[in-house]
Design a binder for this molecule. Structure first.
Ligand code: MF3
Ligand code: CO
Ligand code: CO
Length: 275
């Protein structure tokens, strides 16, 4: 039985909030662009995080949302501005001086900034040294296309389940798998709000999308099985089979006729999306 439900009114942003989301989103995307030339073999993920942190704080005069986030019983808060997830790390990789990038690694940098009280959240893959294996390259391309296919179904009147359904169908048709334990999320003055955006599931289910909602889509795509495990540091999520994983994330605004991407970058061709 399929069930659907309406969005609670607090998830619908005002025009003033939407403008603040645009600013925060633009800043988050600019961090991902700024860091690109720094990603080279021999550089540590700690150094990359430090450059991002200082740019967010000193140049953007914004707040890195991940720094100090997520303390829980038995788990210390995250201590860095970015998550840096290399190869078989699915998400929430902790920047480290000991993690030195090498030619052919695939790296995800996930950045969330707070500006004027609102969050912008985005991530992308980088190929260290510019070249990698055919498999790793295809995995990154499939993860990005999975995000784009999810974005394409977003419009007022669609359902949250439509997003996961289209992503799962595409990823599995490419003989890869979709991570189940982590999902996209509503975002605004709150970092992780309702609704959860699962990257798998069934169309015509879940919350109905309405103009003015803002949320992320952030599919994690694995080369092998979808199952993950979390390391002893309580943050780093890795694939259970230690095969590669890739992810892309945008923050989005639902419009009456489609979608506005709040975290666009100049390296993307976004002409297929109607706002
Ligand atoms: N940016 C991540 C997301 O996409 C969340 C990272 S939380 C952290 O939702 F604490 F690990 F940084
Ligand atoms: Co997110
Ligand atoms: Co993120």
């Amino acid at each position: 039985m399929n069930s659907t439900y309406q969005a609670p009114s607090h998830l619908i942003k005002t025009p003033e909030e939407i403008e603040k989301m645009r600013v925060a989103g633009r800043l988050a995307a600019e961090v991902l662009e700024m860091i690109k030339p720094h990603i080279q073999p021999g550089v540590s993920t700690f150094e990359i995080d430090k450059i991002c942190h200082d740019y967010i704080v000193n140049v953007q005069q914004a707040i890195p949302a991940c720094l100090g986030y997520g303390a829980a019983p038995g788990r210390a808060a995250f201590q860095y501005a970015t998550c840096t997830s290399v190869n078989h790390v699915v998400c929430h990789g902790i920047p480290s001086e000991n993690k030195i990038l090498k030619q052919g690694d695939i790296l995800n940098i996930d950045v969330t900034v707070i500006k004027d009280g609102y969050h912008g959240d985005t991530n992308m893959m980088y190929i260290v040294g510019g070249e990698t294996s055919i498999l790793a390259n295809r995995l990154c391309n499939v993860a990005q296309e999975a995000l784009y296919r999810g974005i394409e179904v977003v419009k007022s009147g669609a359902y949250v389940g439509d997003i996961g359904a289209v992503i799962q169908k595409y990823v599995e048709s490419e003989r890869f798998s979709v991570v189940r334990e982590y999902c996209g999320h509503g975002i605004g003055a709150t970092f992780h709000d309702e609704p959860q955006i699962l990257h798998y599931g069934q169309k015509n289910t879940g919350m109905r999308l309405e103009a003015g909602m803002t949320f992320t889509i952030e599919p994690m795509v694995n080369a092998g099985v979808w199952q993950t495990k979390t390391l002893g540091d309580k943050w780093t999520v890795v694939t259970k089979d230690h095969k590669l994983s890739a992810q892309y994330e945008h923050t989005l605004l639902v419009t009456d006729t489609g979608v506005e991407i709040l975290t666009p970058r100049p390296d993307e061709d976004l002409s297929r999306f109607t706002s």
